[in-house]
Ligand binder design. Structure first.
Ligand SMILES: [Fe+2]
Length: 266
């Protein structure tokens, strides 16, 4: 919310750190667009996921996505799909979407000694496929705080909804808003609405900041790939390749234009 123009409730929530707890407060999550759930996963579970990730990364079986600042795709490693059966995850999601909770993707988003760059302020909605009432669960596999590039959020900005394009939100706008970088321990989960504005600092400390991100949505969304809780009704499933929907989009036109320029310069 805009500095000095908070609603009383949002002000109180921020002042009293009501967004941190051992149980999700859905009212506060709805008001602020984020919530920090403490000790949601046992150390043993977190250690397993961290070990699998680090090990596979070292063997170069998985790598950071080219041209992406922090993403490592892990969907080919069946080990990580275990997360969807984990009672600890089921417990977290049980009060979303009347208990019928699905997921369209999961991935790692990380910073480390080789990958320290900051991430500009954006909302995820413009990069996603489907309806707008969805959340990311950032399961912290390490400590995460300002100096190692932890997630920074702009409280209540999800209320503005989809901003009509994807990319960096202007600093001329964001400078007027309060931002918070909650410190997380491994095993904590940052729950974030996909429309919430967020960014992250450079990893100044050069120590690992690793999140296992699980994206959740109503199980009945056409893009649901995994049902975490409850059931999926007999709903339409996407009958086409999500990545080949457009024959002439904004992004495609930019790519074409870039290629033209490249050719001219050769
Ligand atoms: Fe994001």
């Amino acid at each position: 919310m805009i500095k000095n123009k908070f609603t009383t409730q949002v002000s109180q929530d921020l002042k009293n750190e009501n967004f941190i707890g051992f149980k999700i407060n859905h009212k506060i999550l709805n008001r602020l667009g984020f919530f920090v759930l403490k000790k949601a996963f046992k150390k043993k579970t977190i250690d397993q996921y961290k070990f699998k990730f680090i090990n596979n990364q070292r063997k170069q079986i998985i790598k950071k996505t080219k041209n992406h600042l922090v993403e490592v795709k892990i969907d080919k490693l069946s080990f990580f799909k275990k997360i969807y059966k984990d009672p600890q995850l089921k417990k977290i999601v049980k009060n979303f979407y009347n208990g019928n909770v699905g997921s369209d993707f999961f991935r790692i988003v990380k910073k480390d000694i080789n990958n320290t760059k900051p991430v500009f302020c954006h909302q995820d909605t413009g990069y996603q496929f489907g309806s707008f009432n969805r959340y990311s669960l950032f399961i912290s596999l390490t400590k995460s705080y300002n100096l190692n590039g932890g997630m920074t959020v702009y409280p209540s900005t999800h209320k503005f909804g989809y901003l009509g394009d994807a990319g960096e939100i202007s600093k001329k706008i964001t400078k007027n808003f309060i931002k918070i970088c909650p410190s997380l321990e491994s095993g904590d989960v940052l729950i974030m609405h996909s429309s919430l504005w967020h960014e992250s600092e450079k990893n100044y400390k050069k120590i690992d900041r690793i999140y296992l991100e699980v994206h959740i949505q109503d199980a009945d969304e056409p893009s649901t790939n995994f049902v975490i809780s409850g059931k999926r009704n007999d709903v339409i499933k996407i009958p086409f390749d999500k990545n080949k929907v457009f024959s002439n989009s904004r992004v495609q036109r930019i790519v074409k234009l870039k290629n033209k320029i490249k050719k001219i310069n050769i």
